[in-house]
Ligand binder design. Sequence first.
Ligand code: PNS
Length: 167
Amino acid sequence: MQRVIAIYPGTFDPPTNGHLDLIQRGARIFDELVVAILRNSEKAPLFSVEERLEMLRECITPWENVRVESFAGLLVDYARERGAHAVLRGIRAVSDYEYELQMAWMNRKLDPSLETVFMMPAGAYSYLSSRLVREIGALGGALGGLVPASVESRLRERFRDAQAAPR
Ligand code: PNS
């Protein structure tokens, strides 16, 4: 029987408990799940791709069928290279749907053989985003329950360094 491979692409700056929740769900239904960090993002990231690779690799140890990579260029090209059948994306609320649907349609236009599968994270993460986590971290707010402990300590370190740097 053919093994079903899915790519879970994103920026993951930083990875959150919502991302991990989706990885857990994806790991249950796909034979292999590749978490893929976009390298050539237009966004200026807080963490380098290497730091995000490390953070995600520290978090995915419970799942044997999950691995983490980075990619550049078109997602459909990367998915084809990896022999993937599906792209996994999370939808937290209706507000995510429009952007996700547009991407899914465009990816289908570029490669009709690649399916996009949407999954919902646990309701507790429906308001969680990397952008809010960065903002809370920068302003010294509590991050418990929002990100894995290892990510939280890196965020604290990053913002401590930023405060210590001369202006
Ligand atoms: O976590 P994000 O930032 O919402 O993830 C967006 C991502 C990485 C999935 C998307 O930007 C992407 O796939 N970029 C790769 C370039 C590409 O294929 N663009 C066309 C998508 S329709």
